[in-house]
Design a protein around this ligand. Structure first.
Ligand SMILES: *[C@@H]1O[C@H](CO)[C@@H](O)[C@H](O)[C@H]1NC(C)=O
Ligand SMILES: *[C@@H]1O[C@H](CO)[C@@H](O)[C@H](O)[C@H]1NC(C)=O
Length: 133
């Protein structure tokens, strides 16, 4: 077998079993007051973003990086009350997907505070909301 081909066959799965994704979270102008939070594939939570109805809610940028990113889903949750309060246990709405790869991804909070994937480039996505992009 061709050595380069062999090398490629060994390297490809390794490349695919990692992720480095530049993500942006945007807020639709029609959002109601609420809170959004990511639960990453490594089962840790990202920061809580509060957004307000009728205000210019600025896009939030962050990075998701790691290995074996698609062993667990990456989940974007919305809440009507601050999830940092101990009595808030269940998200209002969620979107989840199993992600892998190197690229860019855009999430949005849309009408009725429904989260969704609005675009992705270079990101492999399976079993979930993989977006309209
Ligand atoms: C989990 O993944 C997120 C996104 O890549 C990262 O910001 C965070 O630091 C990670 N947490 C741990 C404990 O590795
Ligand atoms: C949670 O606790 C806060 C502060 O005590 C209260 O204002 C809120 O109504 C509670 N929410 C729920 C869903 O119980």
């Amino acid at each position: 077998m061709n050595f380069l081909l062999l090398l490629l066959l060994i390297a490809l799965p390794l490349i695919a079993l990692a992720c480095d994704i530049k993500a942006t979270l945007k807020f639709n102008p029609k959002v109601k007051n609420g809170f959004a939070r990511f639960k990453f594939f490594n089962e840790t939570y990202g920061p809580v973003y509060e957004y307000r109805e009728g205000e210019n809610n600025l896009p939030q940028k962050f990075q998701m990086k790691g290995t074996f990113c698609n062993m667990k889903p990456t989940i974007l949750e919305t809440y009507e009350e601050d999830p940092r309060m101990p009595n808030i246990t269940k998200p209002f709405k969620t979107t989840q997907a199993f992600l892998e790869g190197f690229g860019d991804m855009e999430y949005q909070i849309g009408d009725m505070n429904t989260p969704y994937v609005s675009s992705k480039i270079g990101v492999f996505c399976g079993f979930g909301d993989c977006g309209r992009g």
